[in-house]
Design a protein around this ligand. Structure first.
Ligand code: SF4
Length: 334
């Protein structure tokens, strides 16, 4: 049986003043029913663009220039606008990054939920409001708050309301784009726990987009690490993060603050990502990589199978531990 979501060789281009910028370059991954995948990487690595491309919600200067996005066998890249409208929110839905702006400020939240259901599933309004109340309870909000405006909600409550909006049409795949941004730490934890509970409750397939590796480690069964528009490492979350086979993943993990380690020094990944209007022809991480060898600036590394469940885009994925890394800088935490 095929996977619920299959993304194959996805490419996304943006027209910029400097020329065409390929923000996503040959991204492939798949997701089973009920499975969760975390997409991690620095700002600008292409993780949010990948999510928006799956929904075909790119800005006017962006376009999907290649590849396939199949949800339950339907190709959303090739779909007509009418077909796409049917799939959005019902097959695949998104929790937007900024809950403050994802809701219409001049409409009561219950009306926004009911409108989405009436529009996409043509149900009577009374039935739509009953469903909105049901979903509100699932996300931990009192149905009595349905007739309130967004400005009457706290940040954490708004994020829950945005999650209710994404779930109102019972999608099969839920994309959550940095859902904890701008929340305090208590609300962040509550939102992540809620995502895990909703995934189980609704049988959802979940893609969590985050720069926060620990959020993904706690929430997702699999992780895909993105760098400069490409997936550079993918596999089961724990094994991939603890036994990384790509130097960039190792750098991300090493730069994570830990409760148990000395916090006087934090490791950093030196340098910055390449200009994607003119990406390097060889390894994109080579200028920053402490393990780089002559071949790395001469040839682009292929995606290598580390084992049946893991892959890494590194010439030395299978023997990284035999290389001696260049010394990293240590930044003194202030
Ligand atoms: Fe580093 Fe070379 Fe691997 Fe690229 S291919 S990540 S430069 S070791």
């Amino acid at each position: 049986m095929g996977k619920l979501l299959e993304v194959t060789d996805l490419k996304v281009d943006f027209a910029t003043a400097k020329g065409t910028l390929r923000a996503v370059d040959g991204v492939s991954f798949s997701l089973d029913k009920g499975e969760s995948l975390g997409l991690v990487g620095e700002s600008g690595c292409g993780k949010s663009t990948t999510a928006y491309a799956l929904m075909r919600l790119l800005s006017d200067n962006g376009r999907v220039s290649g590849g396939k996005v199949e949800v339950d066998g339907k190709d959303l890249v090739a779909a007509s606008d009418v077909e796409l409208r049917k799939s959005r929110w019902q097959d695949i839905a998104i929790v937007f990054q900024n809950a403050m702006t994802a809701l219409n400020p001049v409409m009561k939240i219950g009306d926004q939920l009911a409108d989405a259901l009436v529009l996409h599933q043509q149900v009577p309004r009374s039935q739509a409001m009953a469903r909105a109340a049901e979903i509100f309870e699932k996300v931990g909000l009192a149905p009595s708050r349905l007739m309130h405006y967004p400005h009457e909600f706290s940040g954490g409550m708004k994020q829950r309301a945005v999650m209710a909006l994404a779930l109102i049409c019972s999608p099969k795949v839920l994309l959550a784009d940095e859902p904890t941004t701008a929340l305090d730490v208590v609300a962040q934890r509550q939102v992540l726990e809620l995502l895990v509970a909703l995934k189980k409750d609704f049988g959802l397939s979940l893609i969590l987009i985050s720069h926060d590796i620990s959020a993904v480690a706690e929430t997702c069964e699999r992780v895909a690490v993105m760098y400069a528009g490409q997936i550079v490492e993918e596999g089961p979350t724990r094994r991939t993060l603890l036994g990384a086979r790509h130097p960039y993943t190792r750098g991300l993990v090493a730069s994570m603050p830990s409760l148990h380690a000395d916090i006087d020094t934090l490791e950093s990944i030196e340098g910055g990502p390449p200009d994607l209007t003119h990406p390097p022809a060889a390894c994109r991480f080579a200028p920053r990589c402490p393990y780089a060898q002559p071949i790395c600036t001469a040839e682009a590394p292929p995606m290598v199978e580390v084992d049946a469940e893991r892959r890494s885009r590194c010439h030395f994925a299978l023997d990284l531990d035999q290389l001696k890394p260049r010394e990293r800088s240590a930044n003194v935490a202030s």
